[in-house]
Ligand binder design. Sequence first.
Ligand code: SF4
Length: 184
Amino acid sequence: MGLEEKLPAGVLLTTVEQVIGLARKSSVWPATFGLACCAIEMMATGDPRHDFSRWGMERASGSPRQADLMIVAGRVSQKMAPVLRQIYDQMASPKWVIAMGVCASSGGMFNNYAIVQGVDHIVPVDVYLPGCPPRPEMLLDAILKLHDKIQNTKLGVHRKREIEELEKARLRQLPLLDQPEVVS
Ligand code: SF4
C-alpha cells in the first residue's frame, strides 16, 4: 500500500516549491509593452475570444510596480531601450519577459542602426516567440510554456539571476562612478 492510500480523503502531499510555483504561474500579471504592429495581436490575446484571464492574468497592468511579466511586442528602437530597461527594473520580483515576434526577438527585418537587434540585449528573456506577427494563439502558447518554466524553477534561482543583473548594471555604470567628485 502506497503512502497516498494511507492518507485521509482530501489530503495531498506536495512540496513548498511546488505550491509556490503553482501560485506564481496562476497569478502572472503582464505589463504590456506594445511597441509596434505585434501589439495589436497582443491586445487581441486579452479579448473575449482568446481571454488570457483564463490563466489568472486578470488584467494587464498599467504600472510596472504591479506587474511581473513584460511582453515586449514589436521592434525596440535604440531610443526606447533605456526606457524599457527602467520599466523592467521597476517591476516586482520575480519577473519574466516574453519577446513577442521576430523584431523583439532578434531585430527581425530591421537590421539597421536604429533598432536593437533583440530585446535580450536590454533585459533577460524567458520565452522567444517567432512570427510576424505571432497570432494570439501563439502568444497564449508562449504564456503556457512560461507557466511550465515558472512551475519548474527552483526557489532562489530568480534571486540569483536578479543579483547577477544588478551586478551587470553596476558594471555598466562604472565609468560614471569613476567621474571626479564635485566639491562644493
Ligand atoms: S514582427 Fe512583424 S508584426 Fe511584429 S513588430 Fe515586427 S514587423 Fe511588426
